[in-house]
Design a protein around this ligand. Structure first.
Ligand SMILES: *Cc1c(COP(=O)(O)O)cnc(C)c1O
Length: 434
């Protein structure tokens, strides 16, 4: 399990090290539950995306960090320092990026339903580009931008009609998706016509996002082909030449051993070859390429630590290990049945011969972190338990269900460690109660 990511290693004494740090010491310093992030890994992934994309698509290519994967002030500082752009999807994310001093002209504002207040807020903050999902939104952005005497840069979210062969819940590029306008139904061309006709937007190009947990270049190559064909069609029909093509996010991450190993850089270069061929075939000017990786930037940079409480064995049925967190800090198993690797960091040398359901402390039978987890038979109250690869969509999806305060976020780096988000207290739970 320690080869899921190179920031994991088992010491000769049988202890799991994360970023070369002993997890027990960190648990003693910060308490559990605890979100840990390997900041160096996040930076490494940002650099990998920037250099691979520049090599594949040219100097002006830019990765945008899809900040919904993990959004807090220090994360935007990292993105600023690494020269990344950002995707934001709400006023909260925009405000947090602003709080970090992130240059909002490099922010792209998504979401399938932006209210007038959202649009006005984004314009006031100087958000660089809107990604419009539908016709109503194009009209609203133009109307509100005009009232500010501004012109809003715009991309249109297009549904290329590709089934990424992943999970239904995260398949967003199909024609019947709640997101975007489909090429197949003619609505994509219609929204483009509209965007070119309203006064206060400047249409720059198109966006698509096909799916999640994609482990090979094929899905992206297919969407490049479909999107470049669409760009050519738009040029023929409307005389508009797009200067930006945003290919979305979705590159995969290994949560468990059975997830495939793939070479991200090589995949991006393959997408680059497909892109150059498609552009040559269609005779269009090569647009600037953007991608929006979220999960693959932060997921394996994260790890959650818990303390084991009740261990319950129901002979002939099932074994349970309960931890002092659960669906409130990691709702992904409850939502999608997501796979995770779970282990006892201080007992890595012991054989894991029994299987357990690892469950949380919420009053909800669906409060499960993972089923069928092999753990040592000695597992007992007070043991440290780690869930690996929790950097994406854990902190950002955390809730206060059962009025459980959110765990802190601690960042580890070569320069030391810092608390990026402090631990919430019981008092924080009624802070807004009147
Ligand atoms: C969620 C999302 C992303 C990021 O997806 P990952 O799977 O985390 O890389 C990028 N773009 C859009 C529009 C999204 O909705």
């Amino acid at each position: 399990m320690h080869d899921l990511c190179k920031n994991l290693r088992v010491s000769p004494e049988g202890r799991l090290l994360f970023h070369e740090r002993d997890l027990k010491e960190l648990a003693e310093t910060y308490g559990t539950p605890l979100y840990l992030f390997d900041e160096d890994r996040i930076r490494e992934m940002c650099r990998l995306y920037r250099s691979a994309m520049q090599e594949a698509f040219g100097e002006d290519a830019l990765p945008l960090y899809a900040s919904k994967a993990a959004s807090f002030t220090h994360m935007y500082r990292i993105m600023k320092e690494e020269g990344m752009g950002c995707d934001v999807v709400s006023r909260g994310e925009i405000a947090t990026a602003k709080n970090a001093g992130f240059d909002l002209s490099r922010a792209f504002y998504h979401s399938n339903n932006k209210t007038d207040e959202d649009i006005a807020f984004a314009l006031q903050c100087g958000v660089g580009c809107f990604v419009a999902d539908n016709e109503e939104e194009v009209r609203a952005v133009s109307r509100i931008a005009a009232s500010f005497g501004k012109k809003a840069r715009l991309l249109l979210r297009i549904t290329p009609g590709i089934d990424p062969h992943t999970y239904e819940e995260v398949a967003t590029g199909k024609v019947d998706s709640k997101f975007g306008s489909a090429i197949e139904t003619g609505q994509a061309m219609e929204i483009c016509r509209l965007a070119l006709s309203v006064p206060a937007v400047s249409l720059e190009g198109f966006h698509c996002h096909v799916g999640s947990q994609v482990f090979d270049a094929d899905v992206f190559c297919r969407s490049v082909d479909v999107m470049v064909d669409f760009l050519a069609e738009v040029k023929r029909e409307l005389g508009f030449e797009a200067s930006v093509l945003d290919l979305g996010g979705g590159w995969g991450v290994r949560y468990v051993h059975s997830d495939p190993v793939y070479d991200l850089r090589a995949c991006i270069l393959t997408v680059g070859e497909t892109f150059r061929r498609a552009v040559a075939r269609c005779g269009i000017k090569a647009p600037r390429i953007l991608m929006e990786p979220g999960r693959s930037i932060v997921a394996d940079a994260g790890l959650t630590l818990y303390t084991v409480g009740t261990v319950k064995r129901i002979p002939g049925y099932k074994n349970y290990v309960s931890v002092n967190g659960g669906m409130a800090d990691n709702p992904r198993f409850a939502l999608y049945g997501s796979a995770y690797t779970v282990c006892l960091p201080e007992k890595m040398a012991e054989e894991a011969q029994d299987t357990y359901s690892v469950v949380g402390c919420c009053c909800e039978s669906g409060d499960i972190i993972q089923e069928n987890v092999a753990l040592p038979a000695s597992v007992t109250r007070g043991d440290l338990l780690a869930v690996l690869t929790t950097g994406a969509y854990n902190y950002s999806m955390a809730s206060h269900y059962n009025r459980i305060p959110k765990p802190p976020v601690v960042m580890l780096s070569g320069e030391g460690e810092r608390i990026a988000v402090r631990r919430e207290t019981a008092e924080d739970m009624f802070r807004y109660d009147e």
